[in-house]
Design a protein. Structure first.
Lengths: 324, 250
């Protein structure tokens, strides 16, 4: 494993500019990657192109043969006011990018990460994300990851997350893959929540063509009064296949959890959802709801009665559902 | 009526699941006219509305529908809407994740913030409160109904078919809705108003009474209303039609 440490340096060059352009296509604001007000990290393939830290927030990246290992530490009590921007991309048509990350959010700290992953030219790109997260006592971490893939559908995205939320902490995650072709998504996050902690997992994905999606969300409410929500919004059309598995366990007194899966299926696509609730403590309370179906006729016709054609009406309904 | 007729329905028959529900219906609505359609539950009022809008499964088996001089009998809903016709359902659809602002803009030829604000104010809703709310289950039935009327108003249709727009709203709201309809008429919209309420019939220019899938009377609103109240009773035919017209329940 080749290792190089990267400290706050800005590397300006063609690759940086190209990845910033992709980042903007994915919904990010490129200026934020250059602004000293924002902490940020830009990774292309296994190259760390830039990092920018802020007081109380340390990001140390090490180059791996097939990716990058990053350790992000937020000192106890630190309130990071503006979102931390993370940009991961693979510009060539083929390649593997493995991001091994470790997040340590100190007690009482608060931080939000906006991660954008772009594979605009992917024909055969593999993106592996292995994250370990510890949210300290009373700390709060929000992690939003948005993907932008090209139209070639050659990406394979494998996010793995193991998250520990300590007493009174909060971890909120949103994963979104609704732009471009998915290719293959194999998402698996597990969160363990301690006393009075809170965890919310949200996955949004829109598959078409031959896309394949598998999402596994698991929340274990292990401490008294812990709260958890595992939510997914998935739409598949044409020949895409989705398989959503969401589990919430109530393992401690007065823990409360909910599983909420909604999938829209069109054409020849196949969707399945398995909301699973498990309770091992008699004062825990965990609920679930799951719905799979095609686009509602009245919703569709209401929009057509406003002048939208059927295709546009479906796009509006699916787009809104994926944002909910 | 011939010169200013916007909608002309001639001899329309409609069959649902093997049962004929509309039996040679004739109806005209003039430009900028408020026309009430009265009738018992199961008489075919909502079926008329869906047929006129071209809803799936509600195409006529006979007869013609002319709109603005064009034969739209076989036209799609989208085509009808683009000609200036729209429909507000009795139970409006709910859209998870769709903000009111976006919903109202969808039907506008030239979307604008000003028009959204005007439409919400026209149904007595505060734009600052409602523009960012979603058109979903978080809205009460009355709020959803008002937003549907705001969407129709924002569209500035040539003909708005309103299926019981006054059901599920409180009496105080009725004056707001009456004012809205008056404003729409002033702006040139014709309204086909399906209703049971006396207050709504009062603002109509004409009214028609539908019974067992046939228009049996058209004329002065007060006269038609009196006939409807005094003589029209639920009958076996109406019950049968109500059972067949299952769109709302589905």
């Amino acid at each position: 494993m080749s290792v190089s440490r990267t400290k706050p340096v800005f590397t300006q060059g063609d690759e940086f500019e190209a990845i910033v352009r992709s980042y903007e296509r994915a919904g990010g604001d490129g200026k934020n990657l250059l602004s000293p007000k924002f902490a940020s990290m830009v990774v292309s393939g296994n190259q760390v192109l830039s990092t920018h830290e802020l007081p109380g927030l340390e990001m140390v990246a090490e180059q791996l043969s097939d990716g990058v290992a990053a350790r992000v530490t937020v000192a106890p009590g630190t309130k990071v006011e503006l979102p931390v921007h993370l940009c991961f991309g693979v510009l060539p048509e083929r390649g593997t990018q493995r991001i091994v990350s470790h997040f340590e959010i100190g007690a009482g700290a608060s931080v939000e990460f906006l991660a954008h992953c772009t594979f605009p030219n992917s024909v055969e790109v593999v993106h592996l994300m292995e994250a370990e997260v510890r949210v300290g006592e009373g700390a709060r971490m929000r992690y939003s990851e948005t993907h932008f893939h090209g139209e070639q559908s050659g990406a394979r995205v494998v996010p793995r997350g193991r998250i520990l939320v300590e007493k009174g902490g909060a971890y909120l995650s949103e994963f979104s893959l609704t732009e471009g072709r998915i290719g293959e998504l194999d998402f698996d996050y597990t969160v363990d929540v301690a006393e009075r902690g809170r965890a919310e997992l949200m996955v949004r994905a829109y598959g078409f063509g031959s896309d394949r999606l598998r999402t596994v969300e698991t929340i274990r409410l292990n401490g008294a009064g812990a709260r958890g929500l595992a939510k997914s919004r998935v739409a598949v059309r044409e020949d895409a296949v989705s398989d959503v598995i969401a589990t919430t366990e109530g393992n401690a007194p007065d823990s409360r959890g909910h599983v909420d899966c909604v999938e829209i299926v069109r054409d020849r696509a196949i969707a399945s959802a398995a909301p699973l609730v498990r309770v091992t403590c008699d004062s825990a309370y965990v609920t679930h709801e799951a719905a799979i179906g095609t686009v509602n006729k009245k919703e569709l016709e209401t929009l057509m009665a406003r002048g939208l054609d059927e295709e546009a009406a479906v796009d509006v309904i699916v787009g809104a559902m994926l944002k909910s | 009526m011939a010169d200013d007729s916007l909608l002309i329905v001639e001899g329309v028959h409609l069959i649902r699941e093997g049962t004929e529900i509309l039996h040679g219906v004739n109806l005209t609505v003039a430009e900028a006219e408020v026309h009430c359609l009265l009738g018992r539950n199961g008489s075919g009022k909502s079926t008329m509305a869906y047929m006129l809008m071209g809803s799936g499964g509600y195409l006529p088996s006979g007869g013609t529908v002319l709109f603005g001089g064009r034969d739209i009998t076989d036209a799609t809903m989208t085509e009808r809407a683009r000609l200036g016709m729209t429909l507000a359902w009795q139970e409006p659809a709910r859209f998870e994740g769709l903000p009111v602002l976006d919903y109202l803009r969808l039907g506008m030829a030239e979307p604008s913030e000003e028009r959204v604000r005007e439409a919400l104010e026209a149904v007595a809703l505060d734009p600052a409160v409602y523009r960012s709310r979603n058109v979903d289950a978080s809205l009460s039935g009355g709020e959803r109904k008002r937003i549907e009327l705001a969407a129709v108003y924002a569209m500035r249709p040539r003909l708005a078919i309103l299926d019981e727009p006054d059901s599920g709203v409180d009496v105080l709201s009725l004056s707001d809705i009456r004012d809205l309809f008056a404003r729409m008429r002033e702006q040139g919209s014709a309204l086909l108003l399906i209703t049971h309420r006396d207050e709504m019939v009062e603002i109509a220019d004409r009214a028609s009474l539908i019974c067992s899938g046939e228009i049996v009377m058209t004329g002065e609103p007060a006269h038609v209303q009196a006939h409807y109240c005094d003589r029209c009773e639920i009958c076996d035919v109406a019950r049968e039609v109500e059972e067949a017209a299952d769109y709302e329940r589905v």
